[in-house]
Design a protein around this ligand. Structure first.
Ligand SMILES: [Zn+2]
Length: 236
């Protein structure tokens, strides 16, 4: 449980999970913004340009309801319910100008990073690798902004401690077939505010679901794109 303690020497302090107090003014932070908002991002534009999706007829993203933020549906396999609400958005399909639905893995999708930042942690997930990127952006409580890219093959040189420029390509989507995952290859994207008291090396999907540690944001609210919601077919 994170509690904001009364202001003391050195400014506001947070109580971290072991009860120690850390000074928020030690947190490096170039940009401070209001809680639960994030800065504008060119992510969608760069994603489309980097993958020449316009040449492939891209019109808009297409999601099954279970691919959307906080959905409880499993959109893969035989459906049913997720173990916990979806922590982000799954980019798997797009509609082309002819109205056809295309899969992003027709060519491996290159994934740009939303903002300038530092790769701080990599964890294996059931399709590929999840990349946790920390940005130099804090909310007014001192929580730090992270973007998380799931089910990827990291690009060469991408490892903990590496600085990344806004829009640079950090990975491609991993081939779900390789791990025999019962779902299609896709990019999972999460945006989260996380207390600086939480150690990078312990970041994982479970910690993102813990509301005492992370505040998740709906990526689609901050990605400049139209999208369509598809009806589930009998089999995905
Ligand atoms: Zn997902």
């Amino acid at each position: 449980m994170v509690k904001i303690l009364p202001e003391g020497r050195g400014g506001i302090h947070y109580e971290n999970y072991s009860g120690q107090s850390i000074a928020l003014d030690t947190v490096k932070c170039a940009v401070k913004i209001k809680k639960s908002r994030v800065p504008p991002t060119q992510f969608n534009e760069v994603l489309i340009r980097s993958n020449a999706l316009t040449d492939r007829g891209f019109y808009q993203w297409a999601f099954y309801p279970g691919m959307l933020f906080l959905s409880r549906d499993r959109w893969w396999g035989n459906g049913g319910m997720r173990d916990r609400p979806h922590e982000g958005v799954d980019f798997c399909f797009y509609k082309d100008r002819e109205g056809r639905i295309n899969h992003v893995s027709d060519t491996p999708l290159a994934i740009p990073v939303l903002y300038e930042g530092t790769v701080v942690h990599l964890v294996e997930d059931y399709i590929g690798t999840s990349l946790f990127v920390l940005h130099d952006i804090c909310d007014t409580n001192g929580n730090q902004l992270y973007t998380i890219y799931g089910h990827t093959d990291p690009s060469e040189g991408i490892r903990s401690g590496v600085a990344v420029r806004e829009g640079s390509i950090i990975a491609t989507i991993a081939d779900a077939g390789k791990k025999k995952a019962k779902m299609s290859s896709h990019l999972h994207l999460s945006i989260a505010w996380i207390s600086p008291a939480y150690p990078h090396e312990r970041l994982d999907w479970k910690s993102l679901a813990d509301h005492d540690r992370a505040l998740l944001v709906n990526p689609l609210l901050f990605i400049d794109s139209t999208y369509t919601v598809l009806q589930y077919p009998s089999k995905i």
